[in-house]
Write a new protein. Sequence first.
Lengths: 362, 585, 331
Amino acid sequence: MSTSTNKGHRIKIEKARKNYGSLAALDGLSLTIEPGQFMVLLGPSGSGKSTLIRSLAGIEKIDSGSIFLDKQEVNRGPINIAPEKRNLAMVFQDYALWPHLSAFENVEYALQRRKLSKEVSRQRVETALERVGLSTKGKNYPHELSGGEQQRVALARAIVADPALLLFDEPLSNLDADLRERLRIEISTLTREIGATALYITHDQSEAFALADKIGVINRGKLEQVDVPEEIYERPINRFVANFTGIAGTFTGKVKRVSKTSCIVALGEDQLKVRHTVGLKVGQTVDVLIRPAATSFKKDSENKISSVITDVAYRGRGYEHAIDTKYGSLTGVFDNVSHPRGGRISVSIDPDRCIAFPTESK
Amino acid sequence: MQKVEPSRDSFSSRALLFLRTKISPMTIFWLVIVSILVLPILLFLAVAFSPKLLDQGPEWFTFNSFKAAADPYFLRSIWHSFVMGVVSAIFATAIALGVAWIVLRTNSAARKVWNLAIFALLLAPSYLIALGWERIFERAGVLNIFGIDVPFVRDLLYGPFGIAMILTFKGIPFAYLVISNAMRGLGEEFEQAVRVHGGSRLAAFKMMSTLLLPALWSGIAIVFAESISDFGVASQLSSPGRYSVATFTLYRSVMSIPVSFPLCAAISIILLLLIVVALLAQSRALRGRSFRVLSGRTRPITRQKLAPLGSFASNASIYALLILTLGVPVFGAISASMIQGLGTVISNYQINFDNYIRVIKSPLLRSPLLFSAEAALITATVAVILAAISSRMLVSTKNGAGKKFLDFFLLAAVGLPGIVFAIGYIFAYNLPLAQRYGFHLYGTVALLVLAYIATALPSTTRSLVGNMNQFQESLSEACRVHGSNGIKTWLTVVLPLISRPLLAAWCLTYCGTLLELPVSQILFPPGHAPLAVGIDHALGNYDFGGGTAMEVFAIISALIVVAVAFALYERLAPVGWKQLGRAHR
Amino acid sequence: MILGGSVAPAAHAADALQLYAALDYSTNVATAFTAKTGIPVSVTALSTGPLLAKITAEKNNPQWGVYWADGAEPCAAFDLDKQLLHYKPSAHLNAVGQKLAPKDGAYQVPGFTEMVGVVYNSSKVRKPTSWDDLASADFKNQVGMNNPSISGPTYPFLAGLMEQLGGETAMKTYVSKLKDNGMRVFDKNSKTLAALTTGVINVALVQSSAGITTAAKYKAAPVTGLTPEVTYLSKTTVLPSCLAIDGKASKFQQDAAKKFADFVMSSEAVQIMIKDNAGDSLFWPTLLGSKPATAATRMPSFTAGLIQVVDPYKYAPLQGAVQDWFAKNIA
């Protein structure tokens, strides 16, 4: 397998629309993915990410809009070019291994379109299986493999033909935690090795951040924000994006003072200095969304609030605490030592890592 | 790595896109379905409203046939058909479910016998089953020879009870095939989930039955349709005055001199309404639920080991069932074909093979048997392919108009007796229009085979629906996204995964076509008499001994073909195909 | 076999005479006809019911050239519908033949049998002497007859009863009496006779040819307790076998049909027809000077006065209603 980069398709999606009855799964969504880029679509279930990836694969049709793979228009409204002509591959959530074929045969199947000689074919399949660590399992049938092994076969099947586009439909959600991390690394490295463009959908934000060159946060058929992971995390464009990308807790208060990028929010007896990304006015009621990374038990800090510890969890590297304050609870407060449940302690909040948004009227 | 070409002029690429989606294998499929299934049925039914359309009466549009059909006598026979259909469908399906569970999920010793017997059961013509029972209970029958006279039982036999019982027996194999196919594809995890959450064996069984609902409903619908279209039992056991059923009335209206097709069509339409009821009930019961459970993650099941009492009970039930359903028609065949003068003598009845020896040399048997075997081979192969496509369509989640349309016509074709179908074919293919445009299909062997295919298609389709329902879409999507087009996907993944049910369906169709009578009778070209016509001829020559011997020969030949087919499958099919749905040991 | 003959019709209508026949000897006669005249014949051999169903279904584009079966009512019905080609072969008919064949040549009558021959098991019951006798206590639950809706030859039996007893009502009264006396109905000759030989009934009212065949069979191979014998009651109705030509067929068909009719009404054809000496071969030919098969002489002849001829044109229009009534009340 070669390691050259930028062999992948350039993907362009223009104003894609799809309705299921009265429900809009895709609402005029537009997106560009550069060749060789690893794009992750992050969103809750029902947000439309599944519909989008399946339309890209050609196994579902959009109602209107266009999809281009490089310069070729593969979807125009409901007119589709067949999936088998798009030079792509896909890893499914339920693995979708063919039960009547062995692991070797499953992988080999995907190579048939390249019309290689039998010997070359066999070598490529064996290399692919080796690459995912399953060289000894070629003869096994899917029901004889564990879930993680099945997904690895599916991964080998996806990369063996060197496709220009790789699609991943929540491939890790059925696996247990440590397996997930290992396989995530496989996916990340293998995809970049073959230089294909990749579109990966998930609802797990840590997965998204770990994998992506770029993340697109999707909600109700619309893209809320498309950017590199750091920007999404540091400067979420709106409340939904912030909420979906990892929040320890939310406090509500009134704006006391506003400057260009920060403001002071009064919460009852305390006040917090926080950031903001949208314009705010003095006196406005706002919700302060606090990232887990913002919280600590440091003594010296601009923002300090008293709290009671409700839970401690050992994480190997240290301890995560859940705390209760007068204004709400926070999770994921990290420290190297553990603080006992029920104890009183001051929690400090990093102003740079919490963001205020106007309170939405219910 | 392939480079994708820049697109050409937008119009031609648009046209290409359009063509690729419109003229597909599916279009050809629909053309075939319409010409062999829809057109004959529609033309026949049209005659109820418009006799003059096909020169069957003076009116271009009238309701007169319906008025005649609304005669209380006819309506009563239709009601009787409905009742018989429902009763036999429910009992047959329930019994089939129990049998399937014993055969597939336990280590009962009787299961091997059942697997062999199931085809013999399917082949036994319903009139032969009825005949066997008659031989035992009739006024000078077997029981009488032993001095036992049971007029009470005889009356039961010749009324609704007897008819329902035999229709149930006849229906069990149909329901069993559908249910067993589905059960094979069902992993144990759902039942195990019940047990580990405190549920009893019975609760697990109920859970399994719930997951099999589509197959159960399919079974009920098939048996219902088969029962209301059955003629053999009705003609043997009932007579119009006693407990008339619609098929007898329908057949009578066709065989009457003068024939009234408009009346016949009107009765058929009413029969079809019954079927619509069956379909509505089925779709309501299955609405919205997901039954897709066959995937790569399905593990082969482990058979339950039965306790001695359970083992005895299940073996005994199967054997008893086989005696009732198979033993009796076999007895009927033997007595009719070997025992001369049964029932008229106290002693001195002769059992011999005279009839068999006679017919094996008879030209009435040999060439019709070969002709029908060839026709059955072609029919089975084509019908199974069409049925696979149809059943896939019927289970797709996209609720298109095409799907509803197909569903209705397939079930209508089962519910309409073969004779009606055959007349519809004459209407459709004997049109002066057809001949003017060079369609010389009428009177050919080809048309007969097409009619066979159309008659076989409905039950074959329904028998595959259970399996298709369990087939996870992602398996074929995975083919498409990895470079296979639609046809290759079918050949390499869809068909192999249902290869065993396909084989069963092939055998079922083969056997049914071999002994098919009504369509054969009406459509066979001169000089090419099918087997059933030859047998009917012998029977009509008052040679019921010889005719029955021919039936037995035909059934044996069919069983041989089935055995060969299965043996070839076990021999030649790839390991991966055969292990699907197989239990450990 | 199939692949060879698959798309071409067996013998296209333009080249062969299309014969629709319900009589066993029709194939042999057709073969002899072809050998003699060189005109090929395509024989569709079915029992009367399916045969007529097929003809009716093909009505808007008729395929048949010649129809040949027992029973004159269907031919009369065709003629009333103006479907037939009238033709008078040159052959001379005997006295019965002249009474049976329509004067205007609407259809030909090469021969006749009787409806009914009363077949009784002499080991179990005595010989019945009259129609009323059959409805008596001696024959309670013993009698069986065919279903006129399914068995082609049976309606003429009912027509004969109407003629003899004086009308539809009288016939219905009598048949109802039989039914009250335990009479059973079976589909056709073969089934009724099967019931007799297995002891379900002891008296079978069937077509004479069928009855004689069965009686002869058990005479040749006796079975204890089963001795079928045939008798005829007064009056017994003649059942003509009729040959009709399609008035709407092509010129070729009609010309060939006329030649065929001529051939059938010849002594050569009669010899072929009576050859088997059983089953359909047991009829009385109408050709002047011909003798029936040896077994058939057991039938009473016309001159004995036991037989009546009914006018099919009179009784054909009543057939539907009578069959309907029968199905609802008797069968």
